[in-house]
Each structure stands twice: as structure tokens, then as C-alpha cells.
Design a protein around this ligand. Structure first.
Ligand code: FMN
Length: 242
């Protein structure tokens, strides 16, 4: 059983591909209402994106609530570059036999611009190879810690992550360009934190969200903006590159 959280599809893709290779199932934790029965599972995996070198709050909350099982357990963090100590942090909540990072295209496009096509295609090709390796190591029950922690990992995963949660998760800068918005409502229906409400057909954001950027990246009209500098930025959607 692979439990995943994914904002813009990278982690979902990793979880699905790995589940296929392991002949296992993958489930989106945001789509599970009741606690899932894991007592018959032979292995449990977690897949999620790294947020500011740490585990997204939604994943932490889910794992904290889980009943622990005595089976082979692994976690994979997807990242644009590096993950810091995210997997060490998760391993304090749930025993992990193996921990991995898989580098994928960066979706944090409110603070940076989209990577070049060559970079994105290479990351996806390398990720496929890495998933093959991970699948064989999990099958062999090998205990592995292969994580791109990056430089200053402890600092980034502690103080900088604290700063991100305190100052960089405000929904206030989200707004919609009404000239571009076609009022399709996709943003509200796909938001995993259910924080978007349509008022007169246009999205408005409540105070709390996961900062997954699904609304921002997947709006079919690129109508959703964050702050002042995102109007002309290309968005990221994994499906365009598969
Ligand atoms: C709020 C936020 C914070 C992020 N922080 C990091 C980071 O600390 N290090 C990194 O390499 N990538 C970072 N990223 C990039 C994502 O982790 C990466 O693109 C991931 O594969 C996205 O997965 P998803 O499509 O499943 O949401 C961040 C993305 C977001 C939205």
C-alpha cells in the first residue's frame, strides 16, 4: 500500500509508477475519509513532495493519526533539488526501513520560473530509472537511505522551514484575473485542502491552505495569480511532459 500526497502530480506519478512495478496499490491521502485498513498489507510506503525541506503538514498529520504496522515501510520525497532532513523527520513519526528522494521538475513557480524543457525531460527520464532501482530494492527488502539532503540540511529543515510555515503560507496573495478566468470552477473542485470557494463564479481563498499550488499551476486559463509577479509566468503541469 502506497499512501501519497501530491499537489501538482509529481508525487502521484511516482507513487503510481512504483505501485505498478511492485504490483501494489497507491492511494491519495486527501481522498481517504476513514482510516484505511492496513493490517493485511505486506509493505507500506509514503510518497509526498518536500515543502521547504520538510514534510508537508497534511502528510505529517496523516501519519501521526495512523496505527503503526510491523511491516516493511519506506518513504519517498519528491523535490525540485533537495530535501534536507525531511525523511529523518518523518522517520520520527513512523519507523522507515528505507528513505529515498526523487528529483522531479520544480513546481514552486511563485518564487522561481519554470525550468528549461531539457532540464524537465532529463529529470523525468532520470526519475523513471530511479523508480526502477527503488522498486527492485524494495522487493529485495534492502534497507536504503538515498536522499539528496543538500547543503545546510539541518538548518533548512528547521529554521527555514519554520519561517516558511510562519511567513510564506499566506493565502492572501492568491487572486484571480477576472479577464482570464472562465469560471470553470476547476480550482475549487481540485483543491486538496478545500480552501477555495467560488463567489459569483470566481475563486476566493480561505485563510489556510497546503500551498501545494495545484490551483495556480493547473488553472486551464492561467488566471490564478500569487502576488504581483506571476502574470507572465509559464505554469507547470507534469502531463504536458509525459
Ligand atoms: C510550497 C513548496 C515548497 C517547496 N520546497 C521545496 C524544497 O524545499 N526543496 C526542493 O527541492 N523542492 C521544493 N519544492 C518543489 C517540489 O517539492 C517538487 O516540485 C515536487 O516534486 C512537487 O510534487 P507534487 O507535484 O507531487 O506536488 C517546493 C514546492 C512547493 C509547492
Amino acid at each position: 500500500m502506497i499512501l501519497y500526497f501530491s499537489g501538482t502530480g509529481n508525487s502521484k506519478w511516482v507513487a503510481s509508477l512504483l505501485a505498478k512495478k511492485l504490483n501494489d496499490k497507491s492511494y491519495d491521502i486527501c481522498a481517504i475519509d476513514d482510516e484505511i485498513d492496513l493490517t493485511q498489507e505486506k509493505q507500506i510506503g509514503f510518497v509526498f513532495p518536500v515543502y521547504a525541506w520538510n514534510v508537508p503538514e497534511v502528510m505529517l498529520k496523516y501519519v501521526r493519526r495512523m496505527k503503526k504496522q510491523d511491516v516493511f515501510t519506506f518513504a519517498i520525497c519528491t523535490c525540485g533539488a533537495d530535501c534536507g532532513k525531511a525523511l529523518k523527520r518523518l522517520s520520527k513519526l513512523y519507523h522507515l526501513d528505507s528513505s529515498y528522494s526523487v528529483v522531479m521538475p520544480n513546481n514552486y513557480l511563485i518564487a522561481s520560473k519554470i525550468e528549461d524543457l531539457s532540464v524537465i525531460t532529463k529529470k523525468i527520464a532520470d526519475a523513471k530509472n530511479e523508480i526502477d532501482t527503488i522498486a527492485s530494492e524494495i522487493t529485495a527488502r534492502k534497507k536504503v537511505y538515498r536522499v539528496h539532503e543538500g547543503s545546510l540540511a539541518s538548518l533548512k529543515s528547521s529554521i527555514i522551514n519554520w519561517g516558511f510555515n510562519k511567513f510564506a503560507r499566506s493565502t492572501k496573495p492568491f487572486h484571480v484575473n477576472k479577464q482570464l478566468c472562465n469560471q470553470c470552477g476547476k480550482c475549487a473542485s481540485m483543491c486538496p485542502s478545500k480552501t477555495i470557494e467560488l463567489i459569483d463564479g470566481y475563486p476566493t481563498w480561505h485563510d489556510q491552505c497546503y500551498m501545494c499550488l495545484r490551483c495556480f499551476n493547473h488553472c486551464p486559463k492561467n488566471a490564478i495569480q500569487y502576488g504581483k509577479n506571476t502574470e507572465n509566468k509559464k505554469r507547470y503541469c507534469l502531463d504536458e511532459y509525459l
